[in-house]
Design a protein. Structure first.
Length: 108
């Protein structure tokens, strides 16, 4: 019996972000690097609350927005989340995460 582990994402408390159209500009505190997130990455970043599992985010937000199969979308989202975590933009855990103490600055 295969057990699917849930993945949870939270925004890193060491970033600043600003939305421009469908994209999000994110400044990472890790090396002061500026990233431009595409619409899919923006959806993941905005939904990264530490409490909602990634598969639920994909089902509710990605599959409803884009014409993509759930299995393919989840596989791509896992890879994208891992890449964002590597750059210090997202935190990933196999358990729900409490909200970070430091607040994330997001301008609209």
């Amino acid at each position: 019996m295969k057990v699917n582990k849930k993945l949870y994402m939270a925004r890193s408390p060491r970033i600043a972000a600003r939305r421009l159209g469908e994209e999000m500009l994110v400044m990472s505190g890790q090396g002061s690097t500026l990233f431009t997130l595409n619409p899919t990455a923006t959806i993941l970043w905005q939904a990264a609350d530490g409490a909602t599992p990634l598969d639920e985010i994909v089902e509710r937000r990605i599959c409803s927005e884009f014409e993509v199969k759930p299995e393919e979308a989840l596989r791509d989202a896992e890879a994208l989340a891992a890449d964002l975590a590597k750059h210090g933009i997202l935190l990933i855990s196999d358990e729900p995460m409490p909200k970070p103490v430091a607040s994330v600055q997001e301008s609209r």
